[in-house]
Design a protein around this ligand. Structure first.
Ligand code: XMP
Length: 315
């Protein structure tokens, strides 16, 4: 039986011995990176700098929430707004694998810059057991090149510290709850962020549309689950498609984008079944999305594909 208290105590003692200089971690706001950040900060205090990179493809209020959490927990941190750099690097890019590659590389460059600026000797990563156990990663890795924010090349020559290496996701969540982290229950979010939920060129405007739509999907499904209307899906979000269709606003012809809503049940993301979301909940989501972005979106569809044959994300 996993005991978060003794794990935390032992890990903190070990980290104190391991980290003898300055250390850096990329704190994306995902459960693993947040738990690793809090644990290492408890061990070495301000020797650790937690860098949160706003790529311009984060969810609504996400970067601000991550910063607030770090402030509340007294973590030495820095917010780097690199959104313009990411938008520029992705100009004209539509191919999913190219997008992932550019985002991964850009992230490394931004992070390298920050590590160099403080002369960091140690790199902390929130790697967990399924990330390195081969059987867990094989299938998905051959389908999409997964990018974990914080996965950096060895040539950085910093010593790697991975305090969650032996843990599974449920243990990380337990540890997070023990450490008083309110991010412990969040749904999975891909490293490349909202950019892979924009089919086609990930522009600033597209990021705005998908960010608003994702926030509405999250709010409505969480409210419906809270009200006992349905089980909260394992993962739920919106995708902006490049499909434009004819619609009507008032009595005027409109020509706007189509947003797809995706909600799935899954255990580990390897396979998934689409969630049977009640129609009244879907209708509310559709109305809110088209009302909030009247001039941009005039059609909402629901994705009823399981994995396989689909994947959870659309790219
Ligand atoms: P797919 O779309 O492959 O996704 O069915 C399975 C799970 O993985 C998440 N995902 C990622 N997570 N880096 C990540 O850390 C990535 O590049 C990435 N791509 C997809 C996806 O959100 C789902 O939970």
């Amino acid at each position: 039986m996993f005991d978060p208290e003794s794990y935390a105590n032992e890990a903190i003692e070990l980290i104190k011995k391991q980290i003898t200089g300055k250390a850096i971690i990329g704190c994306s706001g995902g459960v693993d990176s947040v738990v690793a950040t809090v644990l290492v900060s408890k061990a070495v205090g301000d020797q650790l700098l937690a860098v949160h990179v706003d790529t311009g493809f984060m969810r609504k209020n996400e970067s601000a929430d991550v910063v607030k959490m770090m402030e509340r927990m007294n973590i030495n941190h820095k917010l780097v707004d690199a959104s313009q750099e990411f938008y520029d690097a992705l100009k004209g890019v539509t191919e999913p694998e190219t997008k992932r590659k550019i985002i991964g590389e850009k992230f490394i460059r931004v992070f390298e810059r920050e590590a160099k600026a403080i002369g960091s000797e140690f790199l902390v990563q929130g790697t967990i057991a399924p990330d390195w156990i081969e059987s867990g990663g094989e299938l998905r890795d051959t389908i999409k090149s997964h990018h974990n924010v914080g996965a950096l090349p060895e040539k950085m020559e910093m010593k790697l510290v991975e305090p969650l290496r032996d843990l599974y996701k449920d243990e990380v969540r337990k540890l997070g709850r023990y450490l008083g982290i309110e991010f412990s229950e969040r749904q999975p979010f891909p490293g490349p962020g909202l950019a892979i939920r924009i089919i086609g060129e990930p522009t600033e405007e597209a990021a705005y549309i998908v960010r608003e739509a994702c926030a509405i999907v999250e709010e409505e499904l969480e409210a419906a689950a809270e009200a006992g209307k349905m089980e909260l899906p394992w993962q739920y979000f919106a995708v902006l498609t490049p499909v434009k269709t004819v619609g009507v606003q008032g009595d005027v012809r409109a020509y706007g984008y189509t947003v797809a809503v995706r909600a799935v049940q899954s255990l580990d993301g390897m396979t998934a079944a689409y969630s049977k979301v009640p129609h009244d909940v879907l209708e509310k989501i559709s109305n809110r999305i088209t009302n909030t972005m009247k001039d941009k979106v005039n059609r909402v569809v629901y994705d009823i594909t399981n994995k396989p044959p689909g994947t959870i994300e659309w790219e």
